[in-house]
Design a protein around this ligand. Structure first.
Ligand code: SAM
Length: 281
């Protein structure tokens, strides 16, 4: 269950900064709604329900996405000894957050969170609850401006980019339109990571969907004003070009190293989301 440590922001308008527009749906708040959180508004819920009406397993998909992310970062921390993480497209804090997972492995782990939604900024305090031995930081920035992220003083203060880093782009790239050069953006971030770093990525796909379901979700996203780009397996694989996928490679998020997850695992069609972890040479 999401737990940002606060009561519903909807009932606490005094905490709402003016840049938060509650009259239109936002990806972070719609995701929070699907996850069962309390930091969403009628427009987000309406947009969420419009998708759920045509794709009822959307809630399974988002829960499995969080599970995938937790398994992937635990794997990087435990098996590969990675101790610092850059999580772009963090979302509204949802326990366990990345720092909680990796600091359970080593309390000295360091995490930088990045998101461009003002609602996430409002809740950033819940992300800054590092163990005393480690550190966390929150940067209000846009994935489409990777240099701003990479050169941000809070990132440079928190991470040592000469050391292997876990780069997390989890359920964010489908919000990046082709016109914004998603492959170039990922390439610039990956290029700034030292050898031994790893990319963790997940991405929604229409591959297992009947065309009419895809078309209706597409229409629901457009009606909500949320730009969304489904990508095929081949398009997803392009994000891993030049990298070294960790076995088992590209999978449904529900099955990537999911041996310890409770069976039965949701089907590929239930989640419609690819996941992978890949080494940066
Ligand atoms: C679906 S949520 C995923 C949250 C988290 N990564 C997870 O997988 O549970 C996507 C997040 O990406 C953020 N986001 C979307 N486009 C972004 C951009 N261009 N720059 C930074 N953050 C962005 C949204 O605000 C939202 O919080």
């Amino acid at each position: 269950m999401p737990d940002s440590g606060f009561r519903s922001i909807e009932h606490d308008p005094g905490r709402l900064p003016p840049e938060i527009n509650t009259s239109v749906a936002h990806p972070a708040r719609r995701y929070d709604y699907w996850l069962g959180g309390k930091d969403n508004f009628p427009a987000d819920r309406e947009a969420g329900e419009a998708v759920a009406a045509v794709f009822p397993s959307v809630r399974i998909g988002v829960l499995e996405n969080r599970r995938f992310m937790c398994r992937a970062v635990r794997f990087l921390a435990r098996e590969l000894g990675i101790r610092q993480f850059l999580d772009i497209g963090t979302g509204i804090p949802t326990s366990p957050n990345v720092h909680e997972v990796v600091q359970a492995v080593d309390p000295a782990s360091r995490v930088v969170y990045v998101d461009n939604d003002p609602i996430v900024l409002v809740h950033a305090r819940a992300l800054l609850t590092s163990s005393p031995e480690g550190a966390t930081a929150y940067i209000d920035a846009d994935l489409r401006e990777p240099e701003k992220i990479l050169n941000h003083p809070d990132l440079l203060r928190t991470l040592d980019l000469s050391q292997p880093t876990g780069l997390l782009l989890v359920a964010i790239l489908h919000f990046i339109m082709d016109a914004d050069d998603p492959y170039g953006v990922v390439g610039r971030l990956v290029g700034a990571m030292p050898s031994g770093s790893h990319l963790v990525v997940s991405h929604v796909t229409a591959d297992p969907m009947p065309p009419e379901v895809f078309a209706r979700i597409d229409a629901a996203n457009a009606a909500a004003g949320i730009p969304f780009r489904f990508r095929t397996r081949e398009e997803f694989a392009r994000f891993l070009d030049g990298l070294e996928p960790v076995p088992p490679g590209i999978q449904s998020i529900a099955t990537w190293r999911a041996e310890d997850e409770p069976p039965p695992r949701p089907s590929v069609a239930d989640t419609a989301t690819y996941g992978a972890v890949a080494g940066i040479p």
